[in-house]
Design a protein around this ligand. Structure first.
Ligand SMILES: Cc1cc2nc3c(=O)[nH]c(=O)nc-3n(C[C@H](O)[C@H](O)[C@H](O)COP(=O)(O)OP(=O)(O)OC[C@H]3O[C@@H](n4cnc5c(N)ncnc54)[C@H](O)[C@@H]3O)c2cc1C
Length: 469
């Protein structure tokens, strides 16, 4: 006998738990099945833990440099185990909060690994090893997320070869850290440990870091890495590694066609995440899985099999928590019979490097490819009083607008609090704000947000605090 529900959500990450909460709010009898811990990658070893460490790295950087502003700090050291306890406390609070929210909204939870046995039924292998079956009369939502991609020859051992999961839990700061992969996760975590004193080397297979990101923004971050002593090797392939008796890992690479070695104490492999779509019964039910392992969906989050939905990382790019959550809400609304769909114009992206990069809407490359005739305006943080007063003047805001409609097409920020400033840009792109609106709206002084207003003015050739060219 199986327990009866109207909806089953498989996976309790930011896609799954949000979907389950919304379903329950809409009166749909729902169960959310999770095999590890509610909150998924995001809360347990992704967004939140990494950002906690990044925030600490900023505090540490500030403490080291604040002497120049007249605040004398005698000794700044890192207590890595204590930092981990602090970070784990945040994770515990948040994952406990998610469980509480699921229950308070009336969604049931089952802890165990789920597998679809038919298009209405999931068999759960509970943590205790016991098996139970649950059925759904309306929908099953696949929200199983993604897992780390491994590089052959660099299998994670939790000691010297690490994935992101291990890298957010280090109880000692490596002296030399080699990061394989110059993408978001590699640079974010690499820069954390660089701040804490590690000699950072980044190995990137392609000709550039952070593919798809505004190249001028990337340059600012690259400069920051090298200014602090980091090395970046592009067009470089990690081939193999060997460990010396003294613990040193020797990474053999081919750089620009030539063999080379990099010595490190620890290696972080950060070459991306892959969808978790296999082994959960989807193939057997005829659910389409594409060549990269994603489960394609339409704008209603439906897969090709009626009644089976997919959301979040498992359903495609961009693999971001806020996209997973929004899809979770859309799927829930659709299942409950409401009008909903994936009709957004932009999914913002943030790279929590130092300085941060944040973007909403089109890059110049995309705008060109889509045939727009557009103009660009830039405003540097070095010209902003507020940025000077917080000693964070690297970077700029860039605004792109369509010359025909005057609509803002994209905003790219590299600099202080880019992660917070981008929300205004998201609203601007999503609600099709004109470049005039953005420059005319009074932005309070002295704030970092003035840079958006000034960049919009610069795009029209009349910024006040920089010389217009
Ligand atoms: C180091 C790192 C930093 C990141 N930082 C950011 C960031 O700053 N901002 C951002 O937006 N994104 C960030 N991400 C990406 C973000 O974590 C993911 O996009 C997000 O977690 C995806 O949510 P999801 O619900 O689709 O999947 P997940 O979070 O992967 O959750 C899926 C859940 O399903 C469970 N599950 C899987 N299979 C089964 C099964 N068969 N039965 C039961 N349960 C199952 C898993 O245990 C997991 O808990 C980061 C990722 C990493 C690794």
């Amino acid at each position: 006998m199986s327990e009866q529900f109207e909806a089953i959500v498989l996976g309790g990450g930011p896609g799954g738990y949000v979907c389950a909460i919304r379903l329950a709010q809409l009166g749909v009898k729902t169960v959310c099945i999770e095999e590890e811990e509610y909150g998924g990658v995001c809360l347990n070893w992704g967004c939140i833990p990494s950002k906690a460490l990044i925030a600490n790295a900023h505090f540490f950087d500030k403490a080291k440099t604040i002497g120049a502003h007249g605040i004398e700090v005698s000794q700044v050291t890192v207590n890595a185990p204590k930092m981990q306890e602090w970070k784990d406390g945040i994770v515990k609070k948040l994952t406990g909060g998610v469980r509480g929210l699921l229950k308070a909204n009336g969604a049931q939870i089952i802890e165990g690994r789920g597998r679809l046995v038919d298009k209405n039924t999931v068999e759960v292998t509970e943590k205790s090893g016991g098996k139970r079956r649950v059925s759904a009369s309306k929908a099953i939502v696949i929200a199983t997320g993604s897992s780390t991609i491994q590089v052959p020859g660099f299998e994670f051992d939790g000691k010297s070869i690490l994935g992101a999961r291990e890298a957010v839990s280090l109880r000692a700061i490596p002296k030399r850290l080699c990061v394989i992969g110059g993408g978001v996760i590699g640079l974010e975590l690499g820069m954390v440990y660089q701040s804490f004193g590690a000699e950072l080397t980044v190995v990137e297979l392609t000709s550039g870091l952070l593919p798809g990101v505004d190249p001028e923004c990337v340059k600012v971050v690259e400069r920051s890495i090298t200014k602090h002593g980091g090395k970046i090797f592009k067009n470089t392939k990690a081939e193999r590694q060997e460990k010396r008796p003294d613990g040193t890992v020797v990474v053999h690479v081919t750089s620009e066609g030539k063999p080379m070695t990099i010595e490190a104490d620890q290696v972080l492999v950060a070459v991306g995440m892959k969808p978790r779509s296999k082994g959960i019964g989807l193939e057997e039910l005829g659910v389409t899985i594409d060549a990269r392992g994603f489960v394609p969906t339409n704008e209603l989050c439906e897969t090709n099999v009626p009644g089976i939905y997919a959301i979040g990382d498992v359903s495609g790019q961009p693999m971001l928590a806020h996209k997973a959550s929004k899809e979770g809400e859309v799927a829930a609304e659709v299942i409950a019979g409401h009008a909903a769909g994936k009709d957004w114009l932009t999914v913002p992206g943030i790279i929590f490097t130092h300085p941060e990069i944040a973007m909403a809407g089109l890059t110049e490359e995309q705008a060109t490819a889509q045939g727009y005739s557009f103009k660009v305006g830039k405003f540097p943080f070095s010209a902003l009083g507020r940025a000077m007063s917080i000693a964070e003047t690297d970077g700029f805001v860039k605004v792109l607008f369509d010359e025909k409609t005057r609509r803002i097409l994209g905003i790219h920020i590299v600099g202080p609090s880019a992660s917070d400033l981008i929300s205004e840009a998201v609203l601007a792109v999503e609600t099709m704000v004109s470049v005039e609106d953005m420059s005319l709206a009074i932005h309070p002084h002295p704030t970092l947000g003035e840079a958006l207003m000034e960049a919009a003015a610069a795009a029209q050739g009349h910024a006040i605090h920089v010389v217009n060219r």
